[in-house]
Design a protein around this ligand. Structure first.
Ligand code: ADP
Length: 489
């Protein structure tokens, strides 16, 4: 499968984590964890039953006393807003419980403005529509929908005694309704988490309340604002959409940036572990060879073999350090380029010839190039570095041997370099990530071949800064083809 162009984009964003509307989304996957599902049942079943009874009671109430069209239109508007908010959850930094959704604002507003039956219906439809569209497991849809119905009903019942047009009753009702929704949500969340993870209910509840208190106050003030405006005219309340959308987009952007930073941080730590290991292996060989050479009775053949080890391993150490320095210079944009017209085919041929002399057994190297290609505009050393990296990878990741083909071709206004191997290949989901800094595949997938995860990052940066692009086509188990284009002069 190909991933053309993907390499030239930025690193993948990490997933979002939210807390409110689907509190258990990331942490509790009932189908995947049968044991946890069984333990959660004493919470899930009552919530689902109360939710079912609640929604049936709400429908009976609405049929017995049908709301006028203006109310139906208002409820439909709030339902739309709740569903959109639910479909685009908001990650809130520092809050790592389930998911956050601004849907609560619309649902509590429905409860305060129209009453508990309308709120129960809005809560039910919001969650059911979004969860079903996401093809969640049935028990999860049932639990989350039940939770929303219970919370919405309670919000309506809590706000009911304060119903009225005065500012005081609107603010009081909104605050009570928000608090009721929030408490129901947190209590059930803590209960289910306490059961599935075998922790104490009160300590879970305390932790969740303290980590979500601030977002709750923000939501509660949004509910107050929305209801006060709605009281004037439902159309005027649309003005809250502007700041809400801006805040939501900004929050998502910020969260993605932070997730990316965390991912880099993790990769950096991993890199330190990997590079220490990679440095230790050649160092151990050099040290061992030096100790043996110190003994006087080593015969000439052994001496030559040991000196060869010392020189090979020293070369490996130098290449490792060169890669680390090169990656750091590229990252800091301190690498300088001397672009000039060069014979790309000649550079590639030289790289192939050099590799041929130390080709492991079972591998075959083939170089294909058309005659009379126009010169390419590139930095000779950097082009060589890219080709050496790709060749070394092709060799490294072909542990069972096979053919490696290096091809230089014309592709429109560019010169195309291709390094094809018949090695272990790369899984489709990894193909876009291997060009990221420090990214390496799981050692199980690479059959334990060592590396630092810098080679392809360096290749991508060098090619891009010479005005080209690089990509990979690969099939797991049957080989990879790395290609890059550089502009012709
Ligand atoms: P490394 O030093 O780990 O080889 P690279 O940045 O060169 O780092 O490559 C990143 C990852 O991409 C490697 O860890 C490997 O899993 C995968 N990879 C690179 N080239 C190939 C190839 N020719 N065949 C299979 N996998 C490859």
């Amino acid at each position: 499968m190909g991933s053309e162009g993907i390499a030239n984009r930025h690193p993948r964003r990490a997933g979002l984590r939210n807390w409110w509307a689907r509190p258990l989304r990331h942490r509790w996957s009932p189908l995947a964890m049968k044991g946890e599902t069984a333990r959660a049942l004493p919470v899930v079943v009552p919530v689902a039953v109360v939710g079912l009874v609640g929604i049936v009671a709400a429908i009976i109430d609405l049929i017995a006393d049908p709301p006028p069209p203006s109310v139906l239109a208002g409820v439909a508007g709030l339902l739309t807003a709740a569903t959109v908010a639910e479909a685009f959850p908001l990650p809130i930094e520092g809050v790592n419980v389930g998911t956050t959704s601004l849907a609560i604002v619309s649902i509590v507003a429905t409860a305060v403005i129209y009453g508990w039956p309308e709120a129960a219906v809005v809560g039910f439809l919001t969650m059911a529509l979004v969860e079903l569209a996401r093809k969640r497991p049935l028990e999860r849809v049932v639990f989350n929908t039940g939770l929303y119905v219970c919370a919405a009903m309670l919000a309506g019942l809590a706000a009911a005694p304060l119903r009225g047009d005065s500012l005081g009753s609107i603010v009081g009702g909104a605050c009570l309704g928000s608090a009721a929704f929030y408490l129901v949500d947190m209590v059930f969340l803590s209960a289910v988490v306490a059961r599935t993870r075998r922790t104490r209910f009160l300590s879970s509840l305390g932790r969740y309340l303290s980590s979500t208190a601030l977002p709750f106050f923000v939501m509660a003030s949004l509910v107050v604002t929305l209801i006060v405006l709605w009281n004037r005219s439902p159309f005027i309340s649309l003005v809250v959409l502007g700041p809400l959308i801006t805040v939501a987009l900004h929050e998502r952007w910020l969260h993605r940036a932070l997730e990316r930073l965390r991912e880099f941080d993790r990769l950096k730590d991993e890199f330190i572990a990997v590079i220490s290991h990679e440095l230790r292996t050649p160092l151990t060989s050099v040290y061992g060879a030096a100790l043996t050479l110190q003994k006087r009775d080593v015969d000439k053949d052994v001496q030559d073999a040991l000196l060869q080890i010392v020189s090979d391993e020293a070369g490996r150490l130098a290449r490792l350090l060169d890669d680390a320095l090169s990656a750091s210079r590229l990252h800091a944009e301190r690498e300088t380029f001397e672009i000039a017209p060069i014979d790309g085919a000649e550079v590639a041929r030289a790289v192939v010839d050099a590799a041929r002399s130390r080709l492991p057994e079972g591998l075959e190297l083939e170089f294909v190039s058309l005659n009379g290609l126009r010169p390419v505009a590139a930095d000779r050393d950097k082009l060589r570095q890219v080709l050496v990296n790709l060749m070394e990878n092709a060799i490294k990741y072909s542990p069972d041997g096979g053919k490696i083909e290096i091809r230089v071709d014309r592709a429109g206004p560019a010169m195309r370099f291709t390094v094809r191997d018949e090695g272990i290949g790369i899984a489709p989901e990894e193909q876009s990530r291997i060009f990221e800094r420090f990214h390496r595949l799981d050692p199980n997938m690479t059959r334990g071949v060592g590396g630092t995860g810098l080679g392809l990052y360096i290749c991508r940066e060098l090619v891009q800064r010479m005005g080209g692009r690089i990509w990979v086509n690969s099939r797991e188990g049957s080989g990879s083809t790395f290609s890059f284009d550089l502009p012709l002069v």
